[in-house]
Design a protein around this ligand. Structure first.
Ligand SMILES: Nc1ncnc2c1ncn2[C@@H]1O[C@H](COP(=O)(O)OP(=O)(O)OP(=O)(O)O)[C@@H](O)[C@H]1O
Ligand SMILES: [Mg+2]
Length: 336
């Protein structure tokens, strides 16, 4: 298929890459195989412990989400994996190659989209891709095909010859992602790839990441947007002040908690006495917010009748049941 297909920018985002017959990174279909093994990795900056004994695996065909608030250590971890910063302790193996001892081999197999876009603003998108492709040793003909293919993939085929300085923030983010893919890496590291973009551009980028995952790639994805991670990541790692708090699928992490649903009560006559509600069996935790009370409960259905009895006289009270969100889970597991 000709990479410069009929997809115009308005048709973006494309269907999955595999549907379109593109092999973007060249991953095999060996799903589930461990691509990256992080082993007790640590990084100190003077007295600051930025990353402390972090261990996890990233497998082929998954988006592994590294979640943490500002300063949690996400970028430090990515930089060590990309061999840009030297670990203070521990190691990580990329398909068996050590990030400490085999930096050349690791660099060739890793594709990084850094948190701050690393692009040359005076060059066009195509020139940026050619520049990075040459660094990785791609030959001229192969590189030209690759540039077209990647511009098409990220929906920039109509703007590929314009200087990057004329791009919107979302377009720069998509090009930043394309640059990470130019040499068909085995592991894709994406550091907050949607930071600062509007909702439409965010959705475009998330769709690109899903395409890459559907192709069977291993993707390490950092973000502090919990909602985004909930819809995208296959497994999650919560990082808090440099330490891993929990690793697993959303469902597995939920099982660590004594509650799985939230009952939200609005319109309670103030100040409502919450003591009888707190005392109910199955109510694990009660939070009071702005005109809102949130009950973290094991099974909401079991509590409807007792709540009705307690709140019976409060005719303005309204009740809504939601499943625990990833944000709730994160806040509880990190004790925030
Ligand atoms: N070059 C540096 N020198 C000293 N301290 C640093 C350096 N880089 C990061 N830190 C510190 O290490 C900790 C982790 O920072 P890091 O940038 O890895 O966090 P992050 O999770 O990527 O945050 P953000 O979400 O804001 O990007 C912070 O306390 C930060 O101040
Ligand atoms: Mg960061």
């Amino acid at each position: 298929m000709n990479a410069r297909s009929s997809l115009a920018e308005r048709d973006f985002p494309p269907n999955s890459a595999s549907e379109r017959g593109l092999t973007l990174v060249g991953a095999s279909r060996d799903q589930g195989k461990i691509t990256l093994r992080v082993q007790a990795l640590s990084k100190r900056y003077g007295a600051t412990e930025a990353v402390v004994g972090v261990s996890f695996d990233v497998r082929q065909g998954e988006v592994f989400g590294l979640l943490g608030l500002n300063g949690a250590g996400k970028t430090t971890l990515i930089s060590m994996l990309a061999t840009e910063r030297r670990p203070s302790d521990g190691d990580a193996l990329l398909l068996g190659h050590s990030i400490r001892k085999e930096q050349r081999a690791v660099r060739q197999m890793i594709g990084v989209a850094p948190q701050e876009s690393a692009l040359y603003p005076k060059l066009t998108a195509a020139e940026n891709l050619r520049f990075f492709g040459r660094i990785y040793g791609l030959r001229r003909m192969e590189l030209e095909d690759r540039v077209e293919q990647l511009l098409d993939f990220v929906g920039l085929q109509g703007r590929g010859n314009d200087p990057v300085a004329t791009y919107s923030g979302g377009m720069k983010r998509r090009l930043n992602l394309a640059v990470a893919l130019v040499h068909r890496p085995k592991l894709i590291l994406l550091d907050e790839p949607t930071a600062g973009v509007d909702p439409q551009s965010r959705e475009q980028i998330l769709n690109l990441v899903r395409c890459l995952r559907d192709e069977g790639n291993a993707i390490l994805y950092t973000t502090h947007y919990m909602e985004e991670a909930e819809g995208l990541c296959d497994r999650l790692c919560f990082l808090n002040q440099g330490r891993v708090v929990a690793v697993g699928t959303f469902e597995a992490l939920l099982r660590k908690l004594a509650f799985s649903e939230v009952i939200e009560l609005r319109g309670l006559s103030a100040p409502a006495d919450l003591a009888p509600i707190r005392a109910l069996a199955g109510v694990c935790c009660v939070e009071r917010g702005d005109g809102l009370v949130r009950l973290f409960v094991r099974r909401a259905a079991d509590l409807l009748a007792p709540l009705q009895r307690i709140m019976g006289r409060d005719k303005f009270a309204r009740l809504q049941i939601t499943r625990i969100s990833l944000e709730d889970l994160f806040l509880h597991l990190t004790g925030r």
